[in-house]
Write a protein that binds this ligand. Structure first.
Ligand SMILES: [Fe+2]
Length: 226
């Protein structure tokens, strides 16, 4: 299923009007570029982080800087046109920055695989999906169903303490729920290693055991899923 996104206006454009624009920075990888081999090559990780993610950050900063200039004006219709035009750039590049920042944290070398074999998370996964293998299968089916570019997510709803597998298109981030695990389904994430074989990419990335629930935002959710 597609996850419903809130309008961009609800996530802070008004706040930007009263402040200097935010400056975002490219976070370093939490491991070496070749740490995920042979599942994901050093070449892919270098391009993906240093080129793709860096470009999202650079374009996001350019767009927010321009938006700050627009907000500094009196407010002509031309300013409003510029403001509207910038929203798609902020959504795309801001989403790209959020999603990739989470993605780097959700990957880990095979040797560090740490999906818990007991405790509240294991219990919640078993309760909702039947088993970790069933969760993998559900998420793989979800990811294979994405047409074009997008992301497959395991998210957590704090309101009813349930998890759900959803997808978002392009670089849309998860909003209104806590992302626990995300898989980049853009071709740039796997093409050099797997060509157009998305299924093989997913099979191998799961065989490396993604490091579930490492996101800082998910730590409270982790304690809350029991
Ligand atoms: Fe990507």
């Amino acid at each position: 299923m597609r996850f419903t996104l809130r309008p961009l206006a609800l996530i802070g454009l008004a706040t930007l009007a009263t402040q200097a624009h935010a400056q975002y920075t490219l976070p370093p990888l939490p491991y070496a570029y070749d740490a995920l081999e042979p599942v994901i090559s050093k070449e892919i990780m270098t391009l993906h982080h240093d080129r793709h993610h860096a470009t999202y950050v650079r374009n996001l900063n350019a767009a927010t800087a321009e938006l700050a200039q627009v907000f500094a004006h009196q407010g002509s219709l031309m300013d409003l046109e510029r403001e509207i035009a910038l929203q798609s750039a902020i959504k795309f590049n801001g989403g790209g920055h959020i999603n990739h920042s989470l993605f780097w944290e959700s990957l880990t070398p095979v040797s560090n695989s740490s999906f818990p074999t007991s405790g509240p998370l294991k219990k919640a996964v078993d309760s909702q999906f039947g088993s970790l293998d069933a969760l993998k299968s559900t998420m793989t089916t979800n990811a294979l169903g994405i047409q074009g570019s997008g992301w497959s997510w395991l998210i957590y709803h704090p309101s009813n303490k349930t998890m759900e597998v959803v997808s978002t298109a392009d670089q849309d981030p998860v909003l209104g729920a806590t992302p626990l695990l995300g898989i980049d389904i853009w071709e740039h994430a796997y093409y050099l290693d797997y060509l157009n074989d998305k299924a093989s990419y997913l099979q191998h990335i799961w065989s490396g055991e993604l490091h579930l629930l490492l996101y800082p935002l998910s730590l409270s959710a982790y304690r809350d899923v029991s």
